[in-house]
Design a protein around this ligand. Structure first.
Ligand code: ADP
Length: 415
């Protein structure tokens, strides 16, 4: 029965009851036997209508449950909507949390349809936006589809790594059962950074070990000679000077490694407003002896520039750049240093008239431990430019090099 019919019956019932009552009152007041039949007909209609009214109210009262709570259809629809919304919110929260946890998550039902896929999963697997919900149509990587298929068939979890868009993704496919239905939960983890870090760490320790092993062996040999008095007097003094050099080299190497690890873990020191010109002049002062020894001429063009940075970073940057310009320079060579502000950016250049860098090596000199294999055997760790590059990156800058072998080398840093 629809709403209009209900209203019609209800109105009819009320009108009928009122007419019947009116007729009864009229008959009592003006008894007329001729109207008795009409009276009885009205009475029957009235009784029928009262019965209809009673039945309707009975239906109404039956909508109350034992706790007298209304459970009519409107209420049920609203309640269902609310529960649905709550469930949706919970799903969204769950998917959001999984995204924050850095995992891509996909849930596939037993009809092989994707029921959920969070943002990370969509991005990592570049899920296709098709009408079809089928995972076979949405996932484009055959190997992942095979893995899901195997999980459906064998009902055991599988774990595999897949190279997708240069990313190393670990995919876990886990069978789950809910209300006797079979689901597959796909969890996607990006291991790229973790694996890269592992390789870097491995290389780092093997290089560092190798780099320190030789000086330690030599140092021990010298100490042994002096201890057993095989070498004495002037010779011993000369050897101890070499030992000091070796110890200095090892200290420099360990300092550089600590600096690199400080830069990589982003443990920032406090930022200060620095006068870059003063730091450069102090660095020149620090290398004064070496500059004089090689009789190097300096040309300076330094503007007064203020820059917000960790002082340790800027000191290390200028120190490493100037040290190389001296170290790889020729006797009586020239070093030109300039710092300027160009269009709101700081441009620092340092050039020397030294040995230069072969073109084929210019890309690689910023890698850690990379040293150009020259015949001069200039001492160094191969960490200096790697540190400079890290510092430049930290301040969202850029470093480039121009060089011609045996002519000049020019480094340009823009921050
Ligand atoms: P290190 O100087 O300790 O070897 P760096 O990381 O500072 O390490 O430099 C990497 C390599 O780049 C050096 O081994 C050197 O061959 C080359 N290089 C750096 N600066 C210069 C320069 N000014 N002139 C020539 N070669 C340079």
């Amino acid at each position: 029965m629809n709403l209009n019919q209900k209203i019609f019956i209800r109105l009819g019932t009320y009108v009928g009851v009122i007419l019947t009552l009116f007729f009864i009152v009229y008959q009592i007041k003006y008894p007329n036997i001729e109207n008795l039949y009409i009276y009885l007909i009205f009475l029957a209609i009235g009784a029928g209508l009262v019965l209809a009214l009673f039945l309707e109210y009975k239906e109404y009262f039956s909508r109350y449950d034992i706790n007298q709570k209304v459970v009519d259809s409107d209420f049920l629809v609203k309640e269902l909507d609310r529960v649905n919304q709550e469930l949706k919110d919970k799903d969204n929260q769950l998917l959001m949390m999984s995204s924050f946890a850095g995992q891509g998550i996909i849930l596939i039902n037993n009809h092989k349809e994707i029921m959920y896929a969070n943002e990370l999963a969509r991005k990592r697997l570049s899920l296709l936006d098709t009408q079809s919900k089928s995972y076979i149509n949405q996932i484009r990587h055959t190997k992942i589809k095979d893995q899901i298929n195997r999980t459906f068939m064998d009902v055991v979890p599988y774990k595999d790594t897949h190279m997708i868009q240069n990313k190393n993704l670990e995919i876990k496919t886990i069978p789950t059962e809910q209300s006797k239905d079979q689901f597959i939960l796909v969890i996607i983890d990006d291991l790229t950074e973790k694996l890269q870090l592992q390789t870097i760490k491995k290389d780092f320790f093997s290089y560092a070990g190798h780099e320190l092993k030789t000086p330690i062996t030599i140092l021990r040999g010298y100490a042994e000679l002096i201890h057993q008095e095989i070498i004495t007097g002037k010779e011993a003094t000369e050897i101890s000077a070499k030992m000091i050099d070796l110890a200095d080299y090892m200290k420099g190497f360990v300092d550089d490694m600590l600096m690199l690890s400080r830069l990589e873990t982003f443990t920032d020191g406090p930022l200060e407003t620095l006068k870059l010109k003063d730091i450069i002049l102090n660095t020149i002062e620090y290398f004064n002896n070496a500059i004089k020894e090689k009789q190097i001429k300096l040309e300076l063009d330094l503007d007064d520039i203020l820059f917000e940075a960790d002082p340790m970073d800027m000191q290390k940057l200028f120190k490493n750049m100037l040290e190389n310009a001296i170290k790889y320079n020729k006797e009586n060579g020239l070093i030109n240093i300039s710092i300027k502000k160009v269009l709101n950016q700081i441009v620092f250049t340092i050039s020397d008239t030294g040995l230069g860098i072969p073109f084929s090596e210019q890309d690689r000199i910023f890698e850690r431990f990379y040293r150009v294999n020259d015949k001069r055997k200039t001492p160094g760790t191969g960490l200096g430019l790697a540190i400079v590059k890290h510092i430049v990156n930290k301040y969202h800058g850029h470093i480039s090099v121009e060089s011609v072998e045996n002519e000049y080398t020019k480094f340009i840093i823009v921050i």
